[in-house]
Ligand binder design. Structure first.
Ligand SMILES: Nc1nc2c(ncn2[C@@H]2O[C@H](COP(=O)(O)OP(=O)(O)O)[C@@H](O)[C@H]2O)c(=O)[nH]1
Ligand SMILES: [Mg+2]
Length: 251
């Protein structure tokens, strides 16, 4: 009897163990299922990510396609061509920012100062314009005159809020136009968005533009390159049209 009891007890224990084992298996199964679900979710998430990535890439490709008419090329060696539209002015005036914004038709701030030369080509329906920006810091200024003497148009960019450097900008501008008595001049009074910016009439005076000469075509625009990606101001669009016109006349 005792043994039987023991056996019964043992069987009871056995059943208890069996139950625990079963419970364990059940939990493990659930875990695995949960894992599978998690895995499936992870897979789906990855699929969605890849899809998003593809979309982004497509978007990027399309943006690149949209701007296929614009070619920007930083150069360390002076380029040899003669028919450039020159973009000059002191360092930090906003030459690269303005040039890239004109090319893309969207505001585009420059990321770093231009070291050397920056060639940008803008093609429109009926014209192709080659712009050449030359770095505005001291080591590159020696190239300005050489290029102005053989350029077809001079775009001179000034920082309208940098009052202290306007006399220096004026000095360089007048030296440049003396080297080429016929080159048309387009002045961009840039950074008009800044509170400290001089109005274009003050810039006209500070740069002594009345002394540029009656025989030269001269235009002055107030420009600003503000929020990245936004539309460029209408004055800048007008400026591109005028530049295309002046360049066509000079070729
Ligand atoms: N607030 C303001 N900042 C500008 C404008 N244009 C350019 N900048 C900033 O001025 C700095 C110099 O610009 P950059 O285009 O490199 O000048 P660059 O040396 O003449 O080519 C950069 O930090 C630009 O983001 C503008 O119209 N307004
Ligand atoms: Mg630059």
């Amino acid at each position: 009897m005792e043994r039987g009891k023991v056996k019964k007890k043992d069987r009871g224990k056995e059943t208890e163990r069996e139950k625990i084992r079963e419970k364990g298996k059940e939990e493990k199964r659930k875990e695995v299922e949960k894992g599978n679900e998690k895995g499936k979710e992870e897979g789906k998430r990855k699929e969605r990510e890849t899809e998003k990535e593809k979309q982004r890439f497509k978007g990027k490709e399309e943006t690149e396609k949209d701007n296929s008419s614009v070619l920007s090329k930083p150069l360390l060696e002076p380029p040899e061509k003669n028919n450039h539209i020159l973009v000059l002015g002191l360092d930090g005036a906003g030459k690269t920012s303005v040039l890239h914004s004109l090319a893309l038709n969207r505001v585009q701030h420059s990321e770093a100062p231009t070291q050397g030369f920056n060639e940008v080509c803008i093609s429109t329906e009926d014209s192709r314009m080659e712009f050449l920006e030359i770095g505005g810091s001291e080591p590159f200024r020696c190239y300005w005159e050489t290029y102005v003497s053989r350029g077809i148009l001079l775009i001179f960019v000034v920082d309208s809020a940098d009052h202290n450097r306007l006399p220096e900008a004026k000095k360089h501008l007048h030296q440049l136009i003396e080297t080429n008595p016929i080159i048309p001049l387009v002045v961009f009074a840039n950074k008009q968005d800044l509170e400290a910016a001089y109005h274009i009439t003050d810039i006209h005076e500070a740069l002594a533009l009345s002394e540029v000469g009656n025989n030269r075509k001269m235009f002055l625009f107030g420009t600003q390159v503000t929020e990245n990606g936004s539309e460029i101001p209408s004055t800048m669009q007008d400026a591109v049209d005028l530049i295309a016109h002046l360049a066509a006349d000079m070729q």
